[in-house]
Design a protein around this ligand. Structure first.
Ligand SMILES: Cc1cc2nc3c(=O)[nH]c(=O)nc-3n(C[C@H](O)[C@H](O)[C@H](O)COP(=O)(O)O)c2cc1C
Length: 319
């Protein structure tokens, strides 16, 4: 199957950016080296690992732990610094002819602004702002847990680039809808829902945490139902696009995220098991839409039928 023969219009729009299809990698779960194993140029976009202004070494080992149907990581976002990122990493990403979304991070609000100021608009198609970083100015609480800070970071990044700004939200909050609305109020073109869920693993024999950082982020199929619910909640609170992310490993998973309200879908952990997972998902999603007589993939966004589900919920409450 190639795009030329495709009877389904797979294009989606994120702000002013039109992507050839809705499938892209999740930040940190993908690198240009995968080009040897899959046709990267077929993806809707490429998302870089989160970049900070300075050089960071990341967290102490161990950084990964397997869990049933998931994975805990405490990689801690090692970063080569913005200068090396621009000269070595970003040029490689751009060589594939696919829109590049640069993920930026910061440990204080002004650090986000320093990263975006160090980038030129013609070097990237959109920016994804990872607000799941601990705010060292506020004692380590995630910046993304505070709607006031989210709006401030969003507004500041929007003011410093003409490219679409995507805010990647943390799911470790009680009301994701409020945070999504804060991103929209700050001028975001879209939100990504979501980053990893905080978790931990303990070795009961040594009585020590398995991860060098004690806690880490849970990803993979284990979080899919949680992320799906968060996407649905975000989409009901805002009118800008939602990019769904969390445990997507099949075309059916991707379709579920679109139905819940996502415009595009990111694939992370699935790529570690199957490097070509994104291509399998893209082709499967196309065929699934074609077989369901869906003319354009964007028609699936938010097309969840709720009438019957609402009835089921009410039934459950009364029994
Ligand atoms: C090893 C690893 C590294 C990650 N690095 C980043 C990162 O640099 N920036 C970011 O925003 N998210 C990062 N994430 C989170 C993913 O982008 C994604 O939000 C999360 O894993 C959920 O998607 P998944 O279940 O498909 O993996 C990382 C996840 C993993 C597993």
């Amino acid at each position: 199957m190639t795009g030329i023969e495709s009877p389904v219009d797979m294009r989606v729009r994120i702000g002013e950016l039109i992507l050839a299809n809705p499938i892209m990698p999740a930040s940190g779960c993908f690198g240009p080296e995968l080009a040897a194993l899959m046709p990267l140029e077929r993806l809707g976009a490429l998302v870089t690992k989160t970049i900070f202004t300075g050089i960071r070494s990341g967290n102490p080992a161990h950084r990964l732990a397997e869990t049933p149907h998931g994975m805990l990581n405490s990689v801690g976002i090692p970063s080569p610094g913005i200068a090396r990122f621009r000269s070595e990493v970003l040029t490689r990403y751009r060589s594939f002819g696919v829109p590049v979304i640069v993920s930026i991070g910061g440990l204080a609000v002004r650090e986000y602004f320093e990263v975006i100021e160090a980038l030129a608009d013609d070097e990237f198609a959109a920016v994804e702002v990872n607000v799941s970083c601990p705010n060292l100015e506020a004692g380590g609480l995630e910046i993304g847990a505070d709607p006031v800070l989210i709006e401030r970071v969003t507004r500041g990044v929007v003011a410093r680039t003409a490219r679409p700004v995507i805010i990647k939200l943390t799911p470790n909050v009680s009301s994701l809808g409020v945070l999504a609305a804060a991103a929209e109020a700050g001028g975001a073109a879209a939100v990504t829902v979501a980053n990893t869920f905080t978790g931990m693993a303990i070795d009961h024999v040594t009585r020590r945490p398995v991860l060098g950082n004690t806690v880490g982020g849970l990803s993979g199929p284990a979080i899919k139902p949680l992320a799906l619910r968060q996407v649905w909640e975000a989409a009901r609170h805002i009118s800008i696009p939602v990019i769904g992310c969390g445990g997507v490993s099949s075309a059916a998973d991707a379709a579920e995220f679109l139905l819940a309200g996502a415009t595009a879908v990111q694939v992370g952990t699935a790529t570690f098991n199957r490097p070509d997972a994104m291509i399998t998902i893209l082709d499967g999603l196309h065929d699934l839409a074609r077989d369901g007589a869906v003319a354009a993939i964007r028609d699936l966004t938010g097309a969840l039928r709720l009438d019957q589900a609402t009835g089921q919920l009410e039934t459950r409450r009364t029994t």
